[in-house]
Design a protein around this ligand. Structure first.
Ligand code: GLU
Length: 494
């Protein structure tokens, strides 16, 4: 299907993805990356990676490294970025702080922004009253019209402040979206947004607009969840007197049940697909099918072919479903065509890499007496999803519904681990058992089968560490679903 898009290209485009390093590298980042890259390549432009790490409370250094590794694995390569540099760097927002402060100052001087000294307690109180009166919660613009002297005396008194944008109190702000056309947003629905926080760090809105302008971004192509932010950005461009870039918001990826993609239902980490043995070219091909299609509707195509045929006119807004089974099917088509040397290279790069094998050996060294026993002891490390039918799960005397629940609770507990190693996992599991009031044996035996499919496995925490967070998460989820299905009342036979 083809729908004319609003995107125009008057010069080689400069586009970017701007992930925040707060967790595992997300398939949504690869999805945005692919379409930005393909668009840039189609028109001889530049694809840029910018790291948006100004939210210090959620920042994880490991996450930043993993995002870069995962995108590279997927073959989504940037030509300007934090590690490769470029003419408009640095490409990490935490290294650009003075620039944001200068720009907040500029807006203060031109009267487009103001200092707000309201305390969190006052803001809470305002919000509470608005809720009681059933009004839209938002800042009541208390500090918007403070005189210069009042501001100076607050500063002299050592009061901390944020900088807010003066948003027009009437009229509308129009956003032109590449796929949706013109959308009018009522200004009365916009808060006087914070640009600079009390700690001197910029908000996403300020940093994103300042960087997109200074990095000469021509087209901002990002996920639909950012559409409500775009009128704020347009207002900011206007306040600075800058020409905004073109905007295009891509549809959100969905779970097979059409809900917004989430790790509760689908593995969302790129690392999971890497571990699963999806080939990068199949992964990109599959992402290319998310909302987009080739003119002849063929499903298997290379990224070069996609670039050749690329036009935004072939992008549709219906929420594309990210379905592992379909991805695996497509991956099979790629695998079937590989010559043995390339096949071997893929096997050796992941599942049979030296590093992975070396991590497994210590777990079974004491048990294996001749090398031929190695696979017998280690097969869970080379398998993907396990089949729980006929396996000792849950452990004897445990109600499947209870087991299904505690596996999910363990999953949630493990989710909070900053470090994924045997020791941290061990501590977390023991804490869980203690606080749950469940029997240690019941939990550990059930968990062991959920993770490894068998009761004869090496040390559980060490095995989980080696299997990796993605695989453990996936198996716990599947085992929990299996147990829930077992405990569901049987429908009466008709
Ligand atoms: N840091 C935002 C994110 O995590 C970037 C959104 C944008 O592309 O403007 O996705």
């Amino acid at each position: 299907m083809s729908h004319p898009s609003k995107i125009t290209v008057n010069q080689p485009p400069r586009v970017r993805i701007a992930p925040s390093p707060t967790g595992d590298p997300h398939i949504g980042t690869a999805y945005m990356g692919l379409f930005n890259l393909v668009f840039a390549k189609k028109f001889g432009g530049t694809f840029i990676l910018r790291i948006e790490d100004t939210d210090q409370t959620r920042y994880r250094k490991a996450s930043e490294d993993l995002i870069m590794q995962a995108l590279r694995w997927a073959g989504i390569e940037w030509s300007e970025g934090p590690d490769v540099g470029g003419p408009y760097g640095p490409y990490k927002q935490s290294e650009r702080l003075p620039l944001y402060r200068e720009h907040a100052e500029l807006l203060l001087k031109s009267g487009k922004a103001y200092r707000c000294f309201c305390s969190p307690e006052r803001l809470d109180e305002v919000r509470k009253q608005q809720m009681e009166k059933k009004e839209n919660p938002g800042y009541d613009r208390h500090c918007r019209d403070l005189g210069a002297e009042q501001v100076a005396s607050q500063i002299a008194a050592g009061k901390s402040s944020v900088v807010r944008l003066k948003v027009p109190t009437s009229g509308t702000t129009q956003v032109t979206d590449g796929l949706r056309g013109d959308i009018d947003f009522e200004n009365t629905q916009q808060d006087d947004l914070v640009l600079l926080k009390t700690d001197g760090f910029p908000t996403y809105h300020l940093a994103s607009v300042v960087d997109d302008h200074h990095m000469k971004i021509t087209h901002v192509i990002r996920g639909e969840e950012w559409l409500p932010s775009t009128p704020k950005h347009v207002l900011l461009y206007r306040a600075f007197g800058w020409e905004p870039p073109q905007f295009l918001h891509m549809p959100l990826l969905r779970n097979p049940d059409r809900s917004k993609i989430s790790k509760r239902k689908n593995p969302t980490s790129i690392l999971y697909y890497q571990r699963k043995g999806i080939l990068p070219e199949a992964f990109r091909n599959y992402l290319g099918l998310m909302g987009w299609s080739m003119p002849d509707e063929k499903e298997k195509f290379t990224t070069d072919e996609m670039i050749q045929s690329f036009t935004w006119d072939r992008m549709s807004l219906g929420g594309p479903v990210f379905d592992i089974q379909k991805l695996t099917w497509l991956n099979g088509k790629y695998l079937h065509e590989l010559d043995p040397d390339t096949y071997l290279k893929h096997l050796r790069s992941q599942l049979f890499s030296d590093d992975y094998l070396k991590a497994i050996i210590p777990l079974v060294r004491e048990r294996v007496e001749s090398l031929e026993q190695f696979i017998e002891w280690t097969h869970p490390f080379f398998a993907g999803d396990l089949n729980y039918e006929g396996r000792p799960i849950p452990s004897k005397g445990v109600d499947p519904a209870v087991a299904s629940q505690f596996l999910v609770q363990i999953l949630d507990r493990l989710e909070t681990l900053e470090v994924w190693d045997a020791h941290s996992i061990h501590v977390a599991l023991n804490e869980f058992v203690k606080s749950s009031g469940l029997k240690t044996k019941d939990v550990f035996m059930t968990l062991r089968v959920a993770v490894t499919g068998t009761l004869q496995s090496p040390d559980l925490s060490a095995s989980m560490a080696v299997l990796g967070k993605e695989m453990v998460r996936r198996r716990l989820r599947l085992a929990s679903d299996f147990l829930a299905a077992q405990s569901a009342p049987q429908s009466p036979s008709t």
